[in-house]
Design a binder for this molecule. Structure first.
Ligand SMILES: Nc1nc2c(c(=O)[nH]1)N[C@H]1C(S)=C(S)[C@@H](COP(=O)(O)O)O[C@H]1N2
Ligand SMILES: [Mo]
Length: 213
């Protein structure tokens, strides 16, 4: 991913953490609001918005989990400054959906939607990155409810709020729009290596205006 990597010798080799981050033992649970209950009969995953053919596509849970599976080993960085190292995320690569439902040529961003209307906006290039995955598993085990079961997005090169838990769909967009945390003071892009934590750090071109401004 082009990030600086510090190597110590042999099996201790570990990646450097982004500035201001510290390692946390275990796996904290961090989100806004209650944990949604999974209702398989009502659950569907939808790709919609500015698709190439103008249509939309949905997957029932059993169809979604039958899509080709891949694993990605990555660190996770929360903007509140804890990081977790070396999780193995398993699931469906985000870019698979760009193949399954091609975006219109003028799509520049996506909004990833989750239960209760939580959302996170991403540049199309971030969404299409090799390591971005709609994870159903961590370290070989199914996600638990509080960690996002049945599926969460993981975009390892951005702060973790850019990866909604309990994802339900992706909207293709021809212009940028701020998601849930991006409307509430967090940076529109959220690159931890540049410490893009808060919206006041944004420079022209990093994002659309804040609502009401
Ligand atoms: N739906 C939803 N997804 C979310 C959040 C949230 O508030 N709602 N918080 C994000 C933040 S800030 C972090 S750090 C990670 C935390 O994931 P974890 O609870 O599995 O550690 O989830 C992200 N995904
Ligand atoms: Mo976070």
């Amino acid at each position: 991913m082009g990030q600086p990597v510090e190597r110590t010798s042999g099996a201790e080799a570990e990646s450097e953490l982004p500035p201001g981050q510290r390692l946390q033992r275990g796996w904290p649970v961090m989100h806004y609001g209650p944990v949604p209950r999974f209702r398989p009969e009502r659950w569907e995953f939808k790709v919609f918005g500015a698709t190439a053919d103008g249509g939309e596509r949905t997957w029932k849970h059993e169809e979604f989990t039958a899509l080709p599976y891949a694993t990605v080993v990555a660190d996770m960085h929360c903007v509140t400054k804890f990081s977790m190292r070396g999780a193995e995320w398993g699931g469906i690569p985000a870019r698979s959906f760009l193949d399954l439902v091609p975006p219109a040529p003028d799509v520049t961003h996506v909004m990833v939607w989750a239960e209760y209307g939580f959302s996170a906006n991403l540049r199309l290039s971030d969404f299409a990155s090799d390591a971005a995955v709609f994870a159903t598993h961590k370290d070989g085990e199914l996600l638990t409810a509080e960690h996002g079961f049945p599926v969460r997005l993981v975009v390892p090169h951005l702060y973790a709020w850019k990866g909604p838990k309990w994802v339900r769909g992706v909207e293709y967009m021809t212009a940028d729009r701020r998601g849930f945390w991006e409307e509430r003071g967090y940076h529109n892009i959220g690159d931890p290596w540049k410490e893009q934590r808060y919206s006041y750090q944004e420079v022209l071109g990093d994002g659309p205006g804040l609502p009401g401004l």
